[in-house]
Design a protein around this ligand. Structure first.
Ligand code: WTA
Length: 665
């Protein structure tokens, strides 16, 4: 019975593996695709595997380099450098390069606000705005290398801010505008940010959210920040203003020239820092540099989405996540594409908002997350059926494993059985897509991200690092460096080495040469990868990464809480849900209102995404003799499974302690 959860996982995997139906690429799609057949893809993968450097060199040649590189890859495990000696600029490649030809007046960005407002920026217009913003940043004292935090809603200015930073070589640190003041402050302090860009407000589900207020609060504990550039959209009355520190976006840009030559930056110049949750400690500042990241972002956007000049590309991710960096901003703009961007909630004013926008704007590529698909699935087919979705030609999925049921629903009701689906596996750390079908070439199996892309050497291994037999579960690792890989954890190379390489500790080898993803996976007889999800203490709730430790420390900072443990449990909608076990201090009343209060408290401390879906009060937490919380046991309880010895209530956990401790140690 203790193995009930594992058994049910295995049963689910068996179902997946028995999934016979392969969806071959439609001939009509393949004919016009960049890669037209499986044979062609196989050949490409084979060649790239024998010389990944050659493969990435040819991809790099599609970008503009101010100075060519001397050496494609310098690999001193676990540290890599790509296109060494080359000079390149992200903003130049995303904008200037398109101005001399037919794309000059092409729409770069089509934006819709939650309340229906619309804006279109052509490449020339976007370029000018970016130049103005870059000059404004310079005037505020920002130089190459200075960190700038962007705490912005999904408005065109967020994209402008990112490209303005990269134009002058100031690494951006975008923080999701749903994060709390303390989460924002922590990220600003860790990156020693000099300037913050924010907005007075934005719309979400018909309500006004006020990020500027959060910035004010965060800056009480972040002394490195000198200036705050504020986009006043005029939606918040009497928005606060700190004289001498706050600068108005419109004023600053209107005074600035629209000519700002792009800095010729070293290929390894830091492009951005993006914080993500790890299994231990505070969030990790994932550092990406310029040349390699751009090469892979550009290549994957072009080939995975088979992106053409007449597409309207919509990646629904927020710019606060890596998906927003690579597939709202850099990837599509590097390819000269037209990007669609939406400010608000998918359910506002009604659950057909997405389908209505696809119909009205004639969006051709939709890239979204399984949680969103499951939420739409619950609401029923009638919402998408009201709309003409015939402009769509390709669908994508990212952020979490997609269950075959949701895949098929997406295929039938959104893709109307004619759009290929690319299920793309990757991470903040990988920078860009790593495992995915190419839509004109790969037959797809619902639930599998299929095969590693050309130039990516992925494998499923056992604890000692040896490949497991086909069909068996193991650890997903990447065996060779790739251009978009993280370079380090900002300010903490030792943690970088420890977490991603000598995790090898967990794999029983020192100086493990492979990058460990933190995910479990299986490979089937066709070599297709089935990513099963995180195997460390990282939760994936609605495609958002959360660390159990972070939520636990938020819980114990509540005055009523003595001790807390957090685990993930399966959830039909969000993939995983946060389940908390809480021991209260003496004299506290363990009632429902305290549960609600604690949950709200976590929402305020981190972000509403981190709120526990359930809280259980327990007089003690089960621990091993060395004091480690027995998470496996808690996971079983949280997912409703019975635990060994027929002990199902938390009150009995004390009795279990001895029994379990031997097993866990
Ligand atoms: C999970 C998001 C299965 C995985 C781009 C990974 C997926 C984590 C998929 C990274 C997928 C992402 N199938 N699992 N197609 N895509 N994941 O850093 O567990 O926010 O390690 O990057 O999401 O999340 P992150």
């Amino acid at each position: 019975m203790a193995n009930k959860k594992i058994k049910s996982d295995e049963a689910a995997i068996d179902v997946l593996l028995k999934e016979k139906k392969i969806y071959p690429p439609a001939k009509s799609f393949s004919r016009l695709a960049y890669v037209k057949s499986f044979a062609e893809l196989k050949n490409l993968r084979k060649k790239a595997l024998s010389s990944p450097e050659k493969f990435w060199e040819s991809a790099a040649k599609e970008l503009f380099w101010h100075k060519p590189w001397r050496k494609t890859l310098a690999w001193k495990p676990p540290f890599s450098q790509w296109f060494v000696g080359g000079k390149i600029n992200a903003s130049y490649n995303a904008l200037d390069r398109h101005l001399s030809g037919f794309r000059r007046h092409k729409a770069a960005l089509i934006w819709e606000g939650e309340n229906g407002e619309k804006r279109v920026l052509t490449y020339l217009e976007l370029y000018r705005e970016v130049c103005r913003a870059a000059n404004a940043l310079k005037k505020l004292g920002i130089k190459a290398g200075d960190r700038v935090a962007i705490y912005m809603p999904m408005v065109p200015e967020a994209v402008i801010a990112m490209l303005a930073c990269s134009r002058i070589g100031a690494p951006h640190n975008v923080v999701f505008a749903g994060f709390s003041a303390s989460a924002l402050s922590e990220r600003i302090q860790d990156a020693q940010v000099k300037l913050v860009i924010t907005a007075d407000g934005f719309f979400r589900k018909g309500l006004i959210v006020k990020p500027k207020d959060v910035v004010d609060e965060a800056l009480k504990s972040a002394p490195s920040v000198e200036k705050v550039l504020v986009l006043n959209r005029g939606i918040v009355e009497n928005s606060s203003w700190v004289e001498g520190r706050d600068v108005d976006w419109v004023d600053a840009l209107s005074e600035a020239s629209d000519d700002c030559p792009a800095e010729k930056l070293d290929s390894e110049h830091p492009l951005f820092i993006l914080y993500t949750s790890g299994s231990t400690g505070k969030p990790k500042g994932i550092l990406h540099t310029t040349g390699g990241y751009l090469v892979q972002a550009a290549w994957t956007t072009k080939y995975v989405f088979d992106l053409k000049d007449d597409d309207l590309f919509w990646c629904t991710a927020d710019i606060g996540w890596v998906t927003g960096h690579s597939y709202v901003v850099y990837g599509p703009l590097l390819n000269g594409a037209t990007v669609f961007m939406y400010e608000g909630s998918p359910m506002h004013p009604a659950p057909d908002r997405f389908w209505s926008m696809i119909e009205r704007h004639k969006i051709s590529i939709l890239y979204t997350a399984p949680t969103a698909i499951r939420a739409f699935m619950r609401l029923g087919e009638s919402w998408p059926q009201k709309h003409d979705l015939s402009s769509l030609r390709l669908l994508g999925s990212v952020g979490e494993p997609i269950n075959p049921e949701a895949w098929r629903w997406y295929h039938k009701n959104i893709g109307r059985e004619k759009c290929p689906i690319v299920d793309t596996w990757w991470q903040t750390e990988t920078g860009s897509i790593m495992i995915s079908p190419l839509p004109g070439a790969t037959g797809t199996k619902p639930g599998s991200a299929s095969l590693p892309l050309p130039g990516i050497d992925a494998e499923v291994v056992d604890r000692s690092g040896n490949p497991v037999p086909l069909g068996a579960g193991g650890y997903l690792v990447i065996k060779k460096p790739w251009p978009g890989m993280l370079r380090t954890i900002y300010g903490n190379p030792a943690r970088y080495k420890e977490q991603y390489f000598s995790q090898a500790l967990a794999l029983g080898k020192k100086n493990y040469p492979y990058y460990f993803t933190g995910d479990g996976a299986r490979k089937d007889k066709d070599g297709y990868f089935w990513v099963l999800g995180r195997i460390d203490d990282v939760l994936n709730v609605s495609g958002h990464r959360l660390s159990t430790m972070e939520i636990e420390s938020a819980l114990v900072s509540h005055p009523a809480v003595a001790e807390a443990a957090v685990v993930g449990r399966p959830d039909d909608l969000t993939g995983q849900a946060v389940s908390a076990f809480v021991t209260l201090k003496e004299g506290q009343n363990p009632d429902e209102s305290l549960k609600r209060e604690i949950s709200e408290y976590v929402g305020r401390a981190i972000s509403p995404i981190a709120k526990p879906a359930d809280i259980r009060f327990t007089p003690l937490l089960p621990k091993t003799r060395s004091g480690k919380i027995m998470r496996r046991l808690l996971r079983e309880i949280a997912s409703g499974g019975a635990v060994k010895g027929d002990v199902t209530t938390l009150e009995d956990l004390g009795a279990l302690e001895k029994l379990q401790s031997q097993e866990e140690e």
